[in-house]
Design a protein around this ligand. Structure first.
Ligand SMILES: CC(=O)SCCNC(=O)CCNC(=O)[C@H](O)C(C)(C)COP(=O)(O)OP(=O)(O)OC[C@H]1O[C@@H](n2cnc3c(N)ncnc32)[C@H](O)[C@@H]1OP(=O)(O)O
Ligand SMILES: N[C@@H](CCO)C(=O)O
Length: 356
């Protein structure tokens, strides 16, 4: 299907410094740094730009190997590159680390002007705030209208917010494995994850020592989250009741592994802040409700979900598809929510159709 290959041109992570930013719920960030990567070449009229929005623990590194500033290989590696669905011979692909994140964009682990870390002083942020920062990035890059905005899960929220907040700036939209508003189930599992982090004494109210972070709490949060990202059937088929030589249930060992990996690459402060932004997500707030908000969208849209997704059930994408007046595309996958990351062939086919 194409995709990034050794030797292909890839953008290094670059930074844009923005002036003071006022989040909608109060407070002020005296400056905001945005870390982003690009692939391909921007057309002289800037008409070929595609914005890719990463999910909760993702970053700007959509494609390419792991490296400095990219703790993991590209999370949609096969989808970006010459001849790939996001064909870098045609498109200029942009992905920025989200406001509040921890892979180069300003977040709770960033330094304040007084030289300390933001920690608990970091203001509450919303998905709308995150998109306003991305709009400033688009302005700086000279992109007045995206050829396409693409996102899954938390990235789907930002993609939809773009298409609703500034419809004239989004020509096409791929909304994947996400919802128009947080559900009680999502808020419940995410606040439980936050509670696990807060219960770690190292959390210190959010002002933890960066040399001794609350990895135990973050690890428990990831275990809970990871269970919601996969399906019960898949886990049972893979691990069943198997006990490893080290005495651990195989599934517990698998979750330990994912907990350790996340704790090694992610900040607990960003985890709490970003899950709270997801908890407050409601595209219809202050817009007369979800239906009225979706009616603002002018982008040619594809809405897709994963059939076994227990976290963002397909009914949530059906609501968005109905509101946008498009058919719902269902990706069949045993993996559940993580299907949006794993089923790149199916996602690629949707992208090719949308961008044809
Ligand atoms: C846009 C974004 O969201 S970006 C962020 C996405 N990336 C991540 O979240 C990174 C964490 N990983 C994941 O969430 C998922 O692994 C995905 C979606 C990326 C990939 O899913 P899959 O390919 O199905 O991988 P899977 O969940 O099976 O995990 C494989 C890992 O588990 C390990 N593993 C499997 N069984 C066991 C076990 N019994 N004990 C310990 N480890 C185990 C494998 O060795 C492998 O380790 P590695 O990733 O260090 O190589
Ligand atoms: N594995 C994804 C799932 C959230 O959508 C992540 O960690 O971002």
């Amino acid at each position: 299907m194409g995709g990034w290959a050794e030797g292909d041109p890839v953008g290094d992570r670059v930074f844009l410094d923005l002036p003071a930013f006022r989040p909608e719920r109060g407070g002020v960030l005296p400056s905001v740094r945005v870390a982003y990567e690009t692939w391909g070449t921007l057309a002289p009229d800037a008409s070929n730009a595609v914005l890719v929005e990463h999910a909760l623990t993702g970053d700007s590194h959509v494609a390419g190997p792991a490296g400095p500033g990219h703790p993991t290989p590209g999370w949609w590696d096969g989808l970006v590159g010459p001849g790939a669905p996001l064909d870098t011979d045609r498109f200029f692909v942009v992905c920025a680390n989200v406001l509040g994140g921890c892979q180069g964009t300003t977040g709770p682990s960033s330094l304040t002007p007084d030289g300390g870390r933001w920690g608990s002083r970091f203001p509450e942020i919303t998905v709308g705030d995150q998109v306003r920062v991305e709009a400033a990035l688009a302005d700086a890059l000279g992109i007045s209208r995206w050829a396409c905005v693409v996102g899954g899960s938390m990235g789907g929220m930002r993609a939809l917010e773009w298409a609703v907040a500034v419809p004239d700036r989004v020509a096409r939209l791929l909304f994947l494995a996400s919802g128009a508003v947080a559900t009680a189930d999502q808020i419940g599992t995410q606040t439980t994850q936050q509670a696990a982090i807060r219960a770690d004494p190292r959390w210190a109210g959010g002002d933890y020592d960066p040399a001794d972070p609350p990895v135990a709490g973050l690890g428990v949060a990831r275990r809970i989250a990871h269970l919601t990202y996969r399906s019960a059937l898949e886990l049972d088929a893979r691990f069943g009741t198997r006990v490893q030589d080290d005495g651990r249930f195989a599934v517990a060992s698998y979750l330990d592994h994912h907990a350790d990996k996340l704790a090694g690459r992610f900040e607990a402060g960003s985890y709490v802040l970003l899950t709270e932004a997801m908890n407050s997500w409601d595209v219809g707030r202050d817009r007369g409700g979800i239906e009225a908000a979706l009616a603002r969208v002018t982008a040619r849209s594809v809405v897709a979900g994963v059939d076994g997704d227990r976290l963002y059930p397909i009914t949530q994408q059906q609501q968005v598809a109905d509101g946008l007046g498009v058919p719902l595309q269902v990706i069949s996958s045993p993996f559940g929510h993580d299907g949006f990351l794993i089923e790149t062939r199916a996602v690629g086919a949707l992208l090719r159709d949308l961008l044809a």
